[in-house]
Ligand binder design. Structure first.
Ligand code: ZN
Length: 511
């Protein structure tokens, strides 16, 4: 019994590979459903049982991925693959996943899956209690397991260095050596902008965005915006969770979550637009690729480029709000006299802050630089887990000029490390850089996007993204997709142009 029926016209070895792969994809989807439930629905006492179930599923998936029958199927199917064909892509991606899975001893894979659930629960408790020291033993175990994993990947020849092995899981082919200059240049370019804003003495009046924003009204408005973006609620749903995320069980079931502040509408709305941007990518992958080796998003950097594009380049733009403002007035009647000139600046405040997910576009990448530097130090053995909180605070002081008053606003704020996701944060910054380059290219192809946004027409932009990015799955590498879609390799130019012009309009500084 497989998730998809094999096409009878396919050569038998190819059908065999696709059939085995569909089973493996289904095991992954089943685990994703359990994880979604764990974070949105499940009562706290369910953690232990859920951890066992996830560990069993991860173990079975790992057995299937490392089954010699699968390796045989891949090599038999490869004999039918024309260079450059879709089958060729399936072979490349299947080999890649098998190589990753085979590099990990089965016992280690099971331990990591079990530790994820324990560590997630411990993180939630530690964050609620504002107690980093209590979290240290659990996190140290997780770091130990992730280190073992990285060493196994290096030993298998997947990467040359421990941190590169971790990066490669989220951003295939990315290396620390390439990221250091990219993140370094952003820090060098963004720091003077942040300083110029501070020196300008301009204080943006944010009162338009603050007040009483009841949850149900925020949710209704956010759903309407997500629908206008093109998110298909018949192939997904929206729920609350402590940390917003998107999860896909296949192109026809892509779910998003959010959280909101009752006295500020911005985190809720932009969180929904961000996750809906991720979800549009997953819902837009060619259905024919579903549950095949080529049927996944290509990299987290490309994924994040989609979420940030909708959140920042659409959702914070003036033309979008020319359309959205009357709907917003209706949703929040006590704001009915707020004008666009009052609201727009409140969407573009630049201020060093402690929490990454609430950071503005300009300082956001400094939050990522901080995590990147701390992770590199941790996996290079320069610091230990108990030292993470102090290192965090010192890095924030250095990069952003502010110091977290307590771990909940510092090292405990993000879920990632508790889940063993080290090497993940740099993909956020790649996304920021990619999204601006894509947006400029879309505007070259589609004409004045602002004129479309003013009428609530977001479809042409989505269509362009579907055509250039979403539908391809893993047919092309991230670098190939960027070059094909924009006509040039990735640079920080478009992103910095966007930041400079926005800051100039909001603060009257720079150009
Ligand atoms: Zn995201």
């Amino acid at each position: 019994m497989t998730a998809i029926d094999a096409d009878p016209a396919l050569p038998a070895p190819v059908a065999d590979l696709l059939s085995q792969w569909a089973d493996i994809a289904s095991l992954g989807s089943a685990a994703a459903v359990l994880e979604w439930d764990q974070e949105t629905q499940m009562a706290g006492k369910g953690q232990a049982g859920r951890g066992r179930a996830l560990a069993v599923l991860a173990g079975i998936r790992h057995e299937r991925l490392t089954d010699p029958a699968l390796a045989d199927a891949i090599e038999a199917a490869a004999e039918h693959a024309e260079p450059g064909s879709l089958l060729d892509v399936h072979i490349r991606e299947a080999r890649r996943e098998v190589r990753h899975a085979s590099a990990l001893p089965e016992e280690l894979a099971r331990q990591i899956a079990a530790q994820e659930s324990r560590s997630l629960a411990a993180w939630q408790q530690a964050r609620a209690d504002d107690d980093f020291d209590g979290f240290v033993p659990v996190l140290a175990e997780m770091v130990g397991l992730v280190t073992e994993k990285a060493d196994a990947l290096v030993a298998a020849g997947i990467a040359d260095r421990r941190y590169d092995a971790l990066l490669d899981e989220y951003e295939p082919g990315a290396t620390e050596a390439e990221l250091v200059p990219l993140l370094g240049s952003l820090r060098d370019e963004l720091s003077p902008i942040v300083k110029a804003v501070a020196d300008s003495g301009v204080q943006i009046d944010e009162s338009a965005a603050l007040g009483d924003f009841p949850g149900p009204a925020q949710e209704a408005f956010g759903r309407m915006v997500a629908e206008t973006m093109g998110y298909d609620f018949e192939a997904g749903r929206l729920d609350e969770s402590a940390h917003p995320f998107t999860t896909s069980f296949g192109v026809r079931d892509v779910r998003i979550t959010w959280r909101f502040e009752p006295d500020d509408f911005r985190p809720g709305l932009f969180g929904i637009m961000h996750e809906a941007g991720h979800a549009l990518y997953e819902q837009g992958i060619d259905p024919d690729l579903e549950a095949t080796p080529a049927g996944n998003a290509v990299s987290l950097g490309i994924h994040e480029s989609q979420s940030r594009l909708w959140e920042n380049l659409v959702g914070r733009s003036r033309p979008f709000w020319e359309w959205a403002l009357p709907h917003w007035h209706e949703a929040f009647p006590h704001k009915a006299d707020v004008t666009l000139d009052q609201l727009w600046p409140a969407l573009h405040t630049v201020r060093p802050s402690l929490i990454r997910v609430e950071a503005d576009e300009v300082t956001y990448n400094l939050h990522v630089v901080a995590r990147f530097e701390i992770e590199r130090a941790l996996f290079a053995g320069e610091i230990t887990v108990p030292e993470l909180s102090d290192r965090w605070d010192a890095t924030y002081e250095e990069l952003l000029g502010i110091r977290p008053p307590s771990p909940a606003d510092g090292v405990l704020q993000d879920i990632h490390w508790s889940m063993g996701a080290f090497g993940y944060f740099p993909t956020y910054t790649l996304g920021n850089v990619v999204n601006a380059q894509l947006f400029e290219a879309a505007e070259r192809d589609l004409g004045d996007l602002g004129a479309q946004f003013r009428n609530g027409e977001l479809g042409p932009l989505l269509g362009w993204l579907r055509d250039r990015i979403h539908r391809h799955g893993r047919r092309y590498t991230a670098a190939e997709l960027i070059e094909q879609a924009t006509g040039a390799p990735l640079t920080t130019d478009a992103f910095l142009r966007h930041i400079r012009s926005t800051v100039h309009e909001a603060y009257g500084v720079g150009a």
